[in-house]
Design a protein around this ligand. Structure first.
Ligand code: NAD
Length: 361
């Protein structure tokens, strides 16, 4: 398994995007977003997405060098169309608009529709948090087959619909970044298991008989057609359902249904974000002291396992980042093979890609 210095990996992914027709800025934003997901430990949303992106691009599913466009403007409430552009660019631009509106009005609601895959949602919450803002994000996924079965169901009806809520850093604590798929695990984690030849996590999948199944390959064939389970039984399902409906019904987008699939398939995200300036509600001192007191109180719980202290959301990603900055980003052989095929598909050679990544030819 190659381990690649993160800066070299950024350059390699940017080179693939540029060869695919992205302007330098777009190529760099896509690459940074994907490598940042790897750095945070979410390989499911890291560079392993490139094969899907390039397939979608070559199928006409990604609009190159597109920008976020405001299509409904009510001041603090906006709807933005991503025109099927790379979600990394569209997401960043949509959040910049939302941040500007929240700073002006105290709060903003951003309905983002029709962006190609926007990656790790935590990144969008972190962008808001860097501006001192609290944010929540409901996300649905459309354009391809469904992956996730509803609670009590036995076949897939929607996708992994992530939820994200982020609080900005205080003087004493870094940002609290809650960010997860509403399925038992993210679909990318099934891809990672398949690429490593490992079984899917126990409890993650069911087969067409509705019974538990650990073979990740069942998610990759229409015929076998397994499904991911929601996390947390009816609770995770309920949140997934709201994530399915809110970013569709409130932005003019749609949910994941057979009639809303694209042919050929592509991956489109719609997102409803609420962005709040906490300083319009309380003083910074009050916000910080209450946040810090609660985090200290919770973290003081004696760990059940002394090697595993209580964490807050965002801690695991920061720890992984520090580790990978020093040691590099592991990319499994199958994922690198797929990325290489994508590079070849946009006119690069394997030798060129490996040279940029610092790997032997
Ligand atoms: P996950 O199950 O690893 O959960 C991650 C969350 O749990 C983070 O907020 C993390 O800080 C927190 N966490 C982990 N361990 C913790 C602990 N011990 N104590 C406290 N908090 C802890 O994430 P996932 O469901 O596999 O999702 C992975 C990524 O996939 C997310 O970034 C998500 O946005 C992304 N995703 C994107 C899409 C899309 O369509 N764009 C779809 C699904 C998922």
């Amino acid at each position: 398994m190659p381990t690649i210095d993160h800066d070299r990996l950024r350059d390699a992914i940017a080179a693939i995007c540029a060869a695919g027709g992205s302007a330098d800025r777009e190529a760099r934003i896509v690459a940074d977003n994907l490598v940042d997901a790897n750095m945070a430990g979410h390989d499911s949303h890291g560079v392993g997405m490139i094969p899907t992106y390039i397939t979608n691009l070559l199928n006409g599913g990604v609009t190159l060098n597109a920008h976020a466009e405001i299509v409904v403007d009510n001041g603090a409430i906006v709807v933005i169309d991503g025109h099927s552009g790379y979600g990394q660019v569209i997401g960043q631009e949509a959040m910049a608009i939302g941040i500007e509106r929240a700073q002006k009005f105290g709060a903003a609601v951003v309905g983002l529709r029709n962006a190609h895959h926007i990656g790790r949602i935590g990144q969008w919450g972190e962008q808001c948090a860097a501006a001192g803002l609290v944010s929540t994000h409901h996300v649905n996924v459309i354009g391809h087959k469904a992956y996730v079965a509803p609670f009590r169901g036995s076949d897939a009806r929607y996708v992994t619909n992530p939820y994200c809520a982020v609080m900005p850093a205080t003087d004493a604590n870094p940002a609290t970044v809650l960010d997860f798929a509403t399925s038992f695990v993210a679909m990318g984690k099934i891809r990672v298991a398949r690429n490593k030849g490992e079984p899917a996590p126990e409890g993650a999948l069911i087969g067409t008989d509705g019974k538990p199944n650990r073979d990740p390959n069942i998610m990759y064939t229409e015929k076998l057609g397994g499904a991911l389970m929601p996390f947390g039984e009816h609770k995770g399902y309920g949140l997934a359902l709201l994530n399915e409906i809110l970013p569709a019904a409130m932005t003019g987008a749609v949910g994941c249904r057979p009639d809303t699939r694209f042919d050929p398939p592509k991956t489109i995200n719609n997102m409803l974000s609420v962005i709040i300036d906490p300083m319009k509600l309380v003083s910074r001192a009050r916000f910080n002291s209450e946040t810090d007191a609660t985090i200290a109180h919770v973290k003081a719980s004696p760990p059940a396992d002394p090697t595993k202290p209580v964490l807050v959301p965002g801690d695991p990603e920061r720890a992984k980042w520090a580790e990978r900055q020093a040691a590099g980003v592991p990319v499994d052989d199958e994922t690198w093979r797929e990325i290489t095929q994508s590079a070849i598909g946009v006119g690069m050679t394997a030798a060129q890609l490996n040279a940029i990544a610092g790997l032997a030819a």
